[in-house]
Ligand binder design. Structure first.
Ligand code: GLN
Length: 543
């Protein structure tokens, strides 16, 4: 009989943004290195049904899973640290929990009973946790928000009940902040004490406390926290600031976090194999060279909204023993006149995904600059569409070529909604004035077939690849032959050959566009074939 799944519940205290996702993912990496199969879940106590509609300014990037779910960016951390593939079962919100309970109530499933937070909402939370954990040895469940938040109470109650339902199968890890107060020159443990008090008042005693601090937590502070919080001193862990997040699994291992957790879960495993992580950290901290990548996009969508992309470039740096400096260049400010000035500093240019017309003309100019000056160019999703528009305008001489997203009246819609470029036979271009942004997005992992003669094939070393999409517009195949004849090759298509997924410019050291988002499948241990090649070619070009 297969052993029952064990659960690690991770809560956070004091303030948000302490790196709970990274802590959870690092614990996942440690347990995986001991041969356990892991599932990771993120529970979001807000009322939105899913994070797809939430502003990236508030919430960071929307991470896309292979099954096409738009999820919280923490799932990106999980997939970067642990070799598991997240799906729609790995992230759920209070909104969806309430929605299902209310739907059930309308269907009369509760037999006329009063529908309440306990047990109906908590039961639904427990059901979903178990669903996301199915089949793995250990499920790591991160509760979003901070202990004490009104929204998270049903979630905390649900995990408390799970610990009663399954003795020896659950453990609680609590992440807190130990701030340094400059004025007095002291580390303060009081916020941690209060947070643990709050957690205990909800019926949960933490088995392990991970303390975030700027510098390493001294023994005395650990002792104090252990005493006031009734936690074993060995289970008070210092998670201080480090040079790279990828050293956190090692930092936690040094303090025996994996052992502590296994003890609470009553689990025995083989010893951990952490060579991969040591190699990653070593390469990250000892780069042999530096490359400058200009990311031409929209300034306001900075930082966490390009999280996976920044990480993927970093991973390629790790693979190539290079430090990748990323400079955000505001596309709106690029003009034909100043483009050289703005971009001559960089070794390579990347245009990331994006929506809406702001900044598009600047991106087109940046792309032309890369094409004409033999600078490596990497266009992702919108960045590939930009490359096609640029090539159509400047090489095919279709001066008003555009995407119908930016100019619905263009005479040459080289990028358009499918309804705008396809007729029944799939050949002739037709314009459908009625189609609008309400169209559905192409989301999630899809098969792409590569041309064996392409550089992309050399990168992947296989003809069938699966990569994740998140876009509405598609390359209009009506123009395919014209692009091909003039040197922009279509090197990847959907299985039926109809959708254009990858392009390369033949006479260029490295010029590639992909309709999908390869950044979602990059991880620090392997990097990603396209990003690895992009950075390695940039290093060579630079020499
Ligand atoms: N706006 C473009 C589209 O919807 C590109 C989207 C993206 O880059 N993710 O097709």
């Amino acid at each position: 009989m297969m052993a029952r799944t064990k659960y690690i519940f991770i809560t956070g205290g004091v303030v948000s943004s302490l790196g709970k996702g990274i802590a959870a993912a690092s614990i996942g990496a440690l347990l995986e290195s001991r041969g356990l199969s892991i599932s990771m879940l993120k529970l979001d106590p807000y009322i939105n049904v899913d994070p797809g509609t939430m502003s990236p300014f508030q919430h960071g990037e929307v991470f896309v899973t292979n099954d096409g779910t738009e999820t919280d960016l923490d799932l990106g951390h999980y997939e970067r640290f642990v070799r598991f593939e997240a799906s729609r079962l790995n992230n759920f919100t209070a909104g969806i929990v309430y929605e299902s309970v209310i739907k059930n109530e309308r269907k009369g499933k509760y037999l006329g009973g009063t529908v309440q937070v306990i047990p109906h909402i908590t039961d639904e939370i427990k059901r979903r946790i178990k669903l996301g954990a199915q089949g793995c040895d250990v499920a790591i469940v991160e509760i979003g928000g901070t202990i004490g938040d009104i929204e998270s109470q049903p979630f905390v109650e649900a995990i408390r009940q799970m610990s009663l339902d399954m003795p020896n199968h659950t453990t609680f890890v609590h992440l807190t902040l130990v701030p340094f107060i400059n004025a007095s020159g002291e580390l303060k443990t009081k916020p941690t004490q209060h947070s643990v008090k709050e957690l205990r008042s909800l019926g949960i005693g933490p088995d392990c406390l991970i303390c975030r601090s700027e510098t390493e937590l001294p023994k005395d502070e650990k002792k104090k926290i252990a005493l006031f919080c009734s936690v074993d001193i060995g289970s008070v862990i210092s998670m201080h600031d480090v040079d790279t997040v990828y050293s956190i699994p090692l930092l936690l291992h040094q303090q025996k976090v994996d052992k502590i957790i296994l003890k609470h879960l009553n689990l025995k495993t083989k010893p951990p194999v952490l060579n991969d992580w040591k190699k990653v950290v070593n390469a990250k901290l000892n780069p042999k060279t530096t490359v400058e990548v200009a990311m031409v996009g929209k300034y306001t969508e900075l930082k966490d909204s390009y999280k996976s992309l920044n990480e993927a470039l970093d991973h390629a740096g790790i693979k190539n023993k290079a430090k990748v400096n990323i400079t955000f260049v505001e596309a709106e400010q690029i003009t034909k006149k100043n483009v050289k000035n703005k971009l001559s500093f960089c070794d390579a240019i990347l245009v990331p995904g994006g929506f809406g017309s702001r900044g598009v003309e600047g991106m087109i100019i940046a792309c032309e600059y890369a094409r004409l000056n033999a600078k490596p160019y990497f266009g992702i999703c919108l960045g590939m569409q930009i490359a096609l528009i640029e090539f159509a305008r400047n090489v095919l001489n279709l001066s008003d070529a555009n995407s119908t997203e930016f100019n619905p009246k263009t005479n040459h819609p080289v990028v358009a909604l499918i309804t705008e470029w396809q007729d029944a036979s799939g050949k002739k271009e037709i314009r459908n004035e009625k189609s609008d942004l309400g169209g559905t997005m192409r989301l999630g992992g899809q098969l792409c077939i590569l041309d064996k003669k392409s550089k992309s094939y050399k990168m992947y070393k296989k003809t069938s690849i699966v990569e994740r999409h998140r876009h509405r517009y598609e390359v209009n195949p009506t123009y395919r032959d014209s692009f091909d004849q003039k040197g922009m090759s279509i090197v990847g298509t959907s299985e039926d050959g109809k959708l254009i997924e990858m392009i390369e410019v033949k006479k260029h050291p490295w010029f590639l566009g992909c309709q999908f988002h390869p950044e979602f499948t990059s991880n620090p241990r392997d990097g990603h074939p396209i990003f690895n090649s992009f950075i390695s070619s940039t290093i060579k070009q630079k020499k």
